[in-house]
Ligand binder design. Structure first.
Ligand SMILES: [Zn+2]
Length: 419
């Protein structure tokens, strides 16, 4: 492991959209990089830490982490960057059907996706004979996209400079997809400007991001980590698009990542109609105070009260207590609760890439789900469900655990013990 820190110099936390000074609204202390799993317990415990705090721009309603870690450090292991595809796969085909019908796409149209991964989405367009082009910095994913899915892929980070170079070469997409990527880069305005310059005049961009309004409503502090540079309210995203030269035509809500916003946008000056629900969503932000510093300031008190309630409840539950889900959310949750390997010796995860490694900052070992029901270790009596968005799925899979009297506990969206 390298000891070199890759801190970006811009630690003054200016808004990524309008440049206004931001105000800290939730301080999560110093945390290791949530996806940087360690090969040993000791290395996990001594992992380098970085400040982790959520900041709000009182001027435009965008949110960001106060301290940036360079993307080269965060995404040097692209296995994790690609994992978002899992949640997208199921609704990719339906989204493609709908987009083809709405825009009457034909063989002369080009569809481009930013962070196209292994071609999970573009393959559906390609099958219909529509031209596709992926852009993704992950070499392995790009290779799979080309060889197995027939999706030509430019292996690069998408930015305005790349967009300009593509436009000069005559690349003019009718549709540009950007799912769960705008929040993962330090300069989302540059990316959106790139989209605006590349898109055809009659084209649309489909941008999907987790909903910061839900983060606020559920006090879902565990969705805050360094890989998520920015957090978007409807107001913040609509304003950022406008600044980039894009007009938002529609805002929909999807189930991706426990609740996301899917925004349809076109180049400014478009003749395409704007759906009434855009205005309704903006009014909703005002009604729920989603961009109000006063409302966000209450989040810190809610999160602190929850930590105390969670620790008290956890102390009453039978041991051993394991966690379920070695996702970034799980790492943040365990760190926030101040839990170590004595309290949580194991974290269950289905991914073979994670098993045998250790949760950063915590030092708990990652084990396969089979270990819940048998193996050398004392079996868990309680499971701390960190992947609360997959509650139904995990309960279905853990029938044997439930039958022997096992119980679950969550900390987000509320402290709850079940069944
Ligand atoms: Zn701002």
């Amino acid at each position: 492991m390298t000891a070199v820190s890759l801190h970006l110099p811009a630690a003054r936390a200016a808004c990524r959209g309008c440049g206004h000074s931001t105000v800290p609204v939730l301080d999560l202390g110093s945390m290791p990089i949530a996806n940087e799993l360690a090969p040993t317990a000791l290395e996990a415990r001594t992992q380098e830490r970085f400040p982790l705090a959520l900041h709000l721009c009182p001027s435009c309603g965008l949110l960001r982490v106060g301290h940036d870690v360079a993307p080269e450090r965060l995404f040097r292991d692209y296995r994790y960057f690609s994992s978002f595809a899992d949640t997208m796969v199921s609704h990719a085909a339906a989204l493609v059907d709908r987009t083809c019908a709405a825009l009457d796409l034909g063989p002369d149209d080009l569809v481009l996706e930013i962070a196209s991964n292994d071609g999970y989405l573009l393959q559906h367009y390609a099958r219909r004979g529509i031209l596709v082009l992926g852009v993704d910095p992950a070499e392995e994913a790009a290779r799979v996209a080309e060889r197995e899915r027939g999706v030509p892929t430019v292996c690069a980070f998408f930015d305005r400079a790349l967009a300009r170079a593509m436009a000069r070469n005559g690349t003019r997409p009718r549709v540009i997809h950007a799912h769960n990527v705008v929040g993962h880069i330090p300069d989302p305005l540059d990316l959106l400007r790139g989209i605006a310059e590349l898109l055809r005049d009659d084209g649309v961009a489909l941008v999907e991001i987790p909903d910061a309004g839900l983060l606020l409503e559920n006090a879902a502090f565990d969705t805050i980590y360094h890989e998520h540079y920015s957090y978007f309210t409807v107001t913040g995203l609509v304003g950022l698009c406008r600044r980039a030269g894009l007009t938002v035509l529609d805002v929909e809500r999807t189930a991706v990542h426990g609740g996301s916003l899917l925004v349809t946008a076109a180049r400014s000056g478009t003749s395409l109609p704007i759906r009434p629900r855009v205005a309704a969503e903006l009014r909703g932000d005002v009604e729920r105070e989603t961009t109000s510093p006063r409302r966000w300031a209450r989040l810190a008190a809610t999160v602190e009260a929850r930590r105390q309630a969670f620790r008290a409840k956890l102390a009453e539950l039978p041991r051993p207590i394991w966690a379920y889900g070695a996702s970034a959310k799980g790492c943040v949750l365990l760190g926030w609760a101040g839990l170590g390997p004595t309290e949580i010796p194991c974290v269950v995860d289905r991914s073979p890439h994670k098993q045998g490694r250790f949760v950063p900052g915590v030092g708990a070992e990652i084990v396969p789900p089979e270990a819940i029901d048998g193996g050398a270790r004392p079996l868990p009596a309680t499971l701390l469900l960190t992947v609360w968005n997959l509650r139904g799925e995990v309960l279905q899979q853990q029938r044997a655990f439930l039958e022997r009297g096992g119980r679950f506990i969550t900390a987000v969206p509320s402290v709850e013990v079940f069944p």
